[in-house]
Design a protein around this ligand. Structure first.
Ligand code: LLP
Length: 421
């Protein structure tokens, strides 16, 4: 459920008509709903109620400081994968003890930054990384809390580009090798083993792969305890999917996901961490764009809009589906027609949808891409020298621009021409 509903025939973000935001900031733009972010975060809180836990928002899905502050103030932890994301979490007021650091290629500088700024735990992805963390912590005279990310060799049954739990993927340490790596970790200076970490992929629409992975984590935890390690935390990653196509998809609910956690690892006496991104931010955001032209092609009609693949890359990168709706509700009885909805970028891949049924709209009309709050703005670029589009946050009847559209002067001003030219 989200808070983008039609009122008096106009799609609103909470209590604000999107036409009003469009008139104020211009199109295209992203808009996020505070109520939806809050609701989705609380669904995970409820799903894990009764278990000692921390819900760490995966910043990679939406890293705007206002979004992070909204969630941080509700008590969320943060899952970061770079020094930049770590800085964002801190800038949003989240204390180090609520930040976990994931990612396969943490640099010495990033490890130093987190150890000096405060960190809940590093999720270690390889032996070389473990040794570097040990070195940096020893130099600083501190202990680095760690969990080791294990690769359980479980098929997440999702898009291959976002599946991470199979042995051929670059992520984690093969679970069969884990005991040896924990033994090394326990013997290294500056390392404090806290737990086990797993993350098998994103946009999972079936609970069975989670269950299989968590059972493997359970078995490993028991073995590690028998080996003498104190395992007090389990980080179970993120990955719960959302209904991108409302008419025909109903992925499992957070409460059902919580039941899987309870059933598989709930009795181990460990603090549970999860790292959801998409389920919190995905349906909390939409992208609003204007139609520039309606172009009649050979046997198909193209709706050329002012957003493009550089603003929302998911359709061209993963063939992802986003529901597309008119901002002004069509008159009852208006018949839908089929359109190819495309952006202005000079690539055939700049196609949001093919043959999509939409009630006819014309130049200047607004349409909205739903479920664009996760992996939308964060994956955007200035390809074709198109300025990054603004982000807007709504809360009840108020809205604020939380990232402004850059001016062309700002964009061009970032380049420098060497003196020899
Ligand atoms: N934790 C780790 C270690 C991750 O790698 C990810 C996502 C998450 C948590 C959050 O997963 P979520 O709950 O959002 O599924 N750009 C792609 C998604 C990439 C996901 C990468 N890792 C997309 O647009 O579908």
């Amino acid at each position: 459920m989200d808070h983008f509903l039609y009122r008096d025939g106009v799609l609103c973000a909470e209590d604000v008509p999107l036409t009003e935001i469009a008139a104020s900031v211009g199109t295209p733009f992203y808009v996020y709903s505070t109520a939806t972010l809050t609701r989705h975060f609380k669904l995970f809180e409820e799903a894990l109620a009764g278990m000692d836990h921390l819900v760490c928002f995966a910043i990679k899905s939406n890293s705007n400081l206002a979004v992070l502050k909204t969630l941080g103030e509700l008590g969320a932890g943060m899952d970061v994968v770079s020094g930049g994301e770590y800085r964002r979490a801190k800038a949003a007021g989240v204390p180090g003890e609520r930040i976990v650091f994931s990612g396969v290629g943490k640099t010495r500088e990033e490890i130093h930054l987190a150890l000096t700024g405060g960190i809940r735990q590093f999720n270690v992805e390889s032996e070389p990384e473990l040794r570097v963390i040990s070195e940096v912590a020893s130099e600083l005279g501190v202990e680095a809390p760690i969990a080791i990310r294990v690769n359980p060799d479980v098929d997440a049954k999702t898009h291959e580009k976002i599946a991470t739990g199979k042995s051929e993927n670059k992520f984690g340490i093969p679970i069969a090798k884990a005991r040896a790596v924990y033994a090394e970790a326990a013997a290294l200076p500056g390392i404090k083993v806290m737990g086990v970490d797993v993350h098998i992929g994103s946009q999972l629409t079936d609970l069975a792969p989670f269950e299989a992975a968590f059972l493997k984590v359970r078995e490993l935890t028991e073995q590690l305890r028998a080996d003498g390690h104190e395992i007090v935390r389990l980080d179970l990653g993120g990955g719960l999917g959302i209904p991108y196509e409302r008419s025909n998809s109903a992925p499992p609910l957070p409460i059902e996901y919580g039941e899987v956690i309870r059933r598989t690892v709930g009795d181990l006496g460990c603090e549970i961490e999860i790292e959801p991104g998409r389920l919190i931010s995905g349906n909390a955001g939409i992208l609003v764009t204007s139609v520039i032209y309606l172009k009649q092609g050979e046997g198909r009609d193209f709706l050329i809009v002012d957003a493009a693949m550089n603003d929302l890359v998911r359709p061209s990168m993963y063939g992802a589906h986003h529901d597309i709706v008119p901002v002004v509700e069509p008159a009852p009885g208006t018949e839908a027609a089929a359109f190819d909805i495309v952006g202005p970028v000079c690539e055939t891949g700049d196609t949001f949808a093919k043959g999509r049924a939409l009630t006819p709209v014309g130049p200047g009309d607004l349409i909205a891409f739903r479920s664009a709050g996760a992996y939308g703005a964060v994956m955007s670029s200035e390809y074709n020298s198109r300025p990054l589009i603004p982000e807007v946050l709504v809360n009840g009847d108020q809205f604020a621009v939380i990232r402004a559209r850059p001016s062309f002067e700002e964009m061009l001003g970032r380049d420098t021409i060497p003196e020899w030219l």
